[in-house]
Design a protein around this ligand. Structure first.
Ligand SMILES: NC(=O)c1ccc[n+]([C@@H]2O[C@H](COP(=O)([O-])OP(=O)(O)OC[C@H]3O[C@@H](n4cnc5c(N)ncnc54)[C@H](OP(=O)(O)O)[C@@H]3O)[C@@H](O)[C@H]2O)c1
Length: 247
């Protein structure tokens, strides 16, 4: 049975992935920052899906010193790992004109710095094993720098580029590296936001991610139509994008 580590799965897309994996009877280790939320999730999933093996490891991705030990604990808890998914992310609200340095730094820490470290650690593990699936949840927001939240866009662009490099590095060792670029997904991250369209539920997003990773797809959007928008966005000339680009 497949053994999966989910980094940041106590809510949203990650929680939906945890449910999906539990429903298939997988061995799942969830890294989460809030012990009470982690316990509640594990308790609920264990009673609904008794065939699954579920473990929790407390880890706040703002604490770099916890990342390596947390990965090791997760592997020990489920015996070994076939798939590692970095799902965690934060997007602080902005007023669209003022930069808030602490918020920007925290987004980089959770969305990029911790992601790069954990994906790197998992990549080393899979390289030695000669197999494995590494998945990073990036965003269409990383395709272009937008005025509403430059730091969030840049944190995801950094993650996307890192995953591409890791894919090129680990390909000869039989390790699959996947970049997922969701558009809108109806989670707490975008709660109350206006102008939301083509939105997926967390469950739809999780099912798409799971299906396409298992089909061997390396880079994909959720839904597919966001890929067309991403292509258009990337080709709008800079001087046009600066004046009339989306927020
Ligand atoms: N929702 C969208 O429209 C959308 C679009 C494109 C990309 N994405 C990306 O998809 C991923 C999942 O987002 P989501 O929409 O599911 O958001 P979410 O519902 O807010 O879930 C984010 C997850 O990250 C965890 N997390 C945040 N900070 C953490 C920290 N310091 N340490 C450990 N865990 C932490 C959260 O833990 P808690 O449960 O403790 O809060 C939660 O489990 C993110 O990378 C996001 O950038 C989302």
């Amino acid at each position: 049975m497949k053994r999966v580590i989910l980094a940041g799965a106590t809510d949203g897309i990650g929680k939906a992935l945890a449910e999906l994996h539990a429903s298939k009877g997988y061995w799942v280790a969830i890294l989460g920052r809030d012990p009470a939320k982690l316990d509640a999730l594990l308790g609920g999933l264990s009673s609904r899906f008794p065939a699954a093996t579920l473990r929790g490891v407390v880890c706040d991705f703002r604490d770099n010193s916890r990342l390596g030990p947390a990965f090791d604990e997760a592997v020990r808890a489920i015996g070994h790992c076939d798939q590692f998914v970095y799902v965690a992310g934060i997007m602080h609200a902005t007023d669209g004109v003022t930069s808030v340095p602490e918020d920007d730094a925290e987004m980089f820490q959770v969305n990029t710095v911790a992601a790069v470290q954990l994906l790197g650690i998992a990549g080393n593990y899979f390289r030695l094993a000669g197999k494995g699936q590494l998945v990073g949840i990036s965003s269409i927001a990383g395709d272009r720098g937008r005025k509403l939240n430059p730091a969030y866009c840049a944190s995801k662009a950094g993650l996307t580029t890192y995953l591409e490099g890791l894919r090129n590095r680990l390909h000869p060792f039989g390790v699959q590296v996947v970049t997922v670029k969701p558009g809108f997904v109806l989670t707490k991250m975008i709660a109350g936001r206006s102008g939301v369209f083509w939105a997926a539920s967390p469950e739809e997003a999780a099912a798409t991610i799971d299906r396409r990773v298992d089909k061997g797809h390396e880079v994909f959007y959720v839904y597919r139509r966001w890929g067309i928008l991403g292509l258009i966005l990337r080709h709008i000339p800079r001087f046009v994008f600066k004046r009339v680009g989306p927020p």
